[in-house]
Design a protein around this ligand. Structure first.
Ligand SMILES: Nc1ncnc2c1ncn2[C@@H]1O[C@H](COP(=O)(O)OP(=O)(O)OP(=O)(O)O)[C@@H](O)[C@H]1O
Length: 338
């Protein structure tokens, strides 16, 4: 394991930011810390970096107890959302900076800067100032600078958070490819589930200062351990007494035993999908959200106002809800496979 965190606690005054965190981060993987705003992701990342000290607990990096080591002795590279570049230095000098302060030989620095510029595809911009780069290029420069010191661990705090959706998407694909090339143990913070699902080898879901679940994107998506994870990782809807994903509902135009009967009260076409609101005929339940492909909608001849019978699709993951229909349950029977 590259990073071992045991029983880490952190309070800010009376506020509990992290509580009893135990986490092992394997060497060479790309791990996402995912969760809603204020959940404690950045605090945990800063504790790993040595920028924040835990109140209690232990942090080990590559077998070394780093709990009390200052940040500069941990051999970690960081990139933050708003990268603080040296504005008066060229891209090449910015990348060289970490090596210069470590007093590495000039020839080694020059070779490393060339290697990094090539890695992040900024070779032709080496003599520009950071202000002459786009936001995405600046973040790539930040990554090159962090990687130049050959860190044991690379820590990224919402590195693409300030960029527009299209650039963000490009950079996230690029980060995945970069990681496949350099294999440095990388931990990145994001509140964007799509980003985590697309990029990470492993996802740590953090909410309210606690870890909800750790697993691969598929494990988390297909077998959420808690109703929080189920709802955070993708859309969920209520079908009878189950919380279930809208695309995990089977639609029938003829009566089915144990099905929820309802009528299509809303129909929205989004790309190749059709999203339906199906209002149950019995009880006071809110509409069930159902996603079907356009082909399926066409084959079944679905139309606004049609009566449907809804059942969980075979193999769907669902969580039994026991509370008020409008709130996610706190006492659920978890991971019901139907
Ligand atoms: N230095 C500090 N002093 C007081 N409270 C703090 C401090 N740093 C963080 N907090 C609080 O701790 C909680 C966790 O913050 P943290 O930044 O770790 O959350 P996060 O999950 O990274 O959220 P975001 O995605 O919004 O950055 C928040 O409620 C925050 O207000």
């Amino acid at each position: 394991m590259s990073i071992e965190i045991s029983q880490v606690n952190k309070n800010f005054g009376d506020f509990v930011a992290l509580e009893g965190i135990d986490l092992s981060i394997p060497t060479g993987q790309l791990t996402a810390l995912l969760g809603p705003s204020g959940g404690g992701k950045s605090t945990l990342l800063r504790i790993i970096a040595g920028l924040e000290e835990a109140d209690s607990g232990r942090v080990e990096i590559e077998g070394v107890d780093a709990t009390r080591l200052p940040a500069q002795k941990r051999n970690v590279g960081f990139v933050f959302q708003h990268y603080a570049a040296f504005k008066h230095m060229t891209v090449a000098r910015n990348i060289a900076f970490g090596l210069e302060i470590r007093k590495r030989p000039k020839a080694e620095i020059a070779a490393k800067v060339d290697e990094m510029l090539e890695l992040v595809h900024l070779g032709q911009f080496r003599d520009r100032l950071p202000s002459q780069l786009s936001g995405g290029q600046r973040q790539r420069m930040a990554l090159a600078r962090a990687l130049a010191i050959e860190p044991t661990v690379l820590l990224l705090d919402e590195p693409f958070g300030a960029l527009d959706a299209k650039v963000r998407k490009e950079l996230r694909d690029w980060l995945r490819r970069l990681h496949d090339e350099v294999h440095v143990t990388t931990v990145f913070v994001t509140h964007d589930q799509e980003e985590a699902l697309e990029v990470a080898d492993s996802i740590v879901v953090i909410n309210d200062g606690r870890i909800e679940q750790v697993g691969s994107p598929d494990e988390l998506y297909d077998a959420p351990a808690t109703d929080f994870v189920l709802s955070f990782l993708g859309p969920v809807t209520r079908l009878g007494d189950l919380q279930i994903r809208p695309h995990d509902i089977e639609v029938s135009v003829t009566p089915r035993p144990d099905a929820v009967r309802g009528r299509i009260t809303r129909w929205t076409r989004i790309g190749f999908e059709v999203r339906l609101d199906v209002t149950p005929s019995e009880g006071q339940q809110p509409p069930v959200q159902v996603t079907v492909t356009r082909a399926e909608a066409r084959n079944l001849g679905l139309q606004h106002g049609d009566e449907l019978w809804l059942t969980p699709a075979a193999g769907a993951q669902a969580i039994r809800a026991t509370n008020d229909p409008l709130t996610l349950s706190t006492q659920s029977q978890l991971g019901v496979t139907v």
